[in-house]
Ligand binder design. Structure first.
Ligand SMILES: [Ca+2]
Ligand SMILES: [Ca+2]
Length: 294
């Protein structure tokens, strides 16, 4: 009896084991069938090559505790940032060839300005316009040293006398002129001071050097171009004038040569002008027409 019970118990246990094995095998086959029925989309996504994985998220298929299939979308950690990298290509600097530079043309030299020849203010010495017109070589009754000389402008225009000289060939006197002589005007040069002819204003006061010699002088009038404008050569003695009466030597005509003795006369004693330092009447016509002129 005992042996029979053991056999029965062993058969029961073997049957239980067999049944359990069969059930487990069927369960495994069912799971495999569900796995093969997953959506095509998931399979397609899973089948995508890794080279394009950064473009789409990778799905993760798992199974829950109750046996359901769960698909989880997980962003790939290898996904690149959306912002693209911008590569800036440097712009090459244009190279300027020296041949493209403009060529500077030489500046033509300016031709010299033509020389403008200004006609001289005074004509040639043969026709003097500013002349030695009266010479008080004898001085005045007040003082023999109070000599004076008168120039006359026979032209119709004023003449600037700056640079002109009135001098004797022996070197004394030697007078530098200045100022202007008016057209048909007179120019009075007084020796030492303006009181030589007390009441007539001098145009120039000069020392006269050693003064005019009573024996005569060779006087020349030179312009600013060093040309002789007039000459009264009395180196052999004065053409006219009187040391006793203190009468001056007057020119008859400005248009006639100063070196001609016949062009000079002694003041006539009638037509006079001005007074000396002592108040005596001047024996001549300083800054007025000569007594015998025209
Ligand atoms: Ca005077
Ligand atoms: Ca005079």
């Amino acid at each position: 009896m005992s042996q029979i019970n053991f056999r029965i118990l062993g058969g029961v246990l073997l049957g239980i084991f067999f049944v359990t094995f069969i059930l487990a095998h069927r369960s495994s086959r069912s799971l495999e069938a569900k796995m093969t029925s997953l959506p095509k989309q998931s399979q397609s996504m899973a089948a995508k090559p890794k080279s394009k994985a950064y473009l789409s998220p990778s799905p993760l298929v798992t199974r829950s505790d109750n046996g359901d299939i769960v698909t989880t979308v997980v962003l790939s950690p290898s996904m690149s940032p959306l912002s693209p990298t911008i590569n800036v290509t440097p712009v090459p600097t244009p190279h300027v060839s020296p041949s493209t530079l403009p060529t500077l043309l030489p500046i033509p030299s300016q031709s010299p300005s033509p020389t403008v020849t200004t006609p001289p203010l005074s004509p040639s010495p043969s026709v003097p316009r500013v002349v030695i017109n009266e010479i008080a070589w004898m001085g005045t009754e007040s003082s023999a040293n109070d000599e004076w000389i008168e120039l006359y402008n026979d032209s119709g225009y004023a003449v600037k006398l700056t640079g002109w000289m009135l001098k004797a060939l022996d070197g004394s006197p030697s007078i530098s002129l200045e100022g202007t002589i008016q057209a048909h005007g007179y120019y009075l040069i007084e020796r030492t001071d303006d009181t030589t002819v007390l009441d007539v204003s001098a145009d120039l006061v000069s020392a006269f050097g050693h003064g005019l010699s009573n024996a005569g002088e060779n006087l020349i009038l030179i312009d600013n171009h060093n040309e002789i404008m007039d000459q009264v050569d009395c180196s052999g003695g004065w053409f006219a004038g009187d040391n006793t009466s203190k009468s001056s030597m007057e020119r008859k005509s400005a248009e006639s040569l100063g070196g001609a003795s016949g062009n000079w006369v002694t003041n006539n004693g009638t037509l006079k002008n001005g007074h000396d330092q002592a108040g005596n009447t001047i024996g001549g016509t300083p800054k007025q027409s000569n007594s015998i002129s025209g």
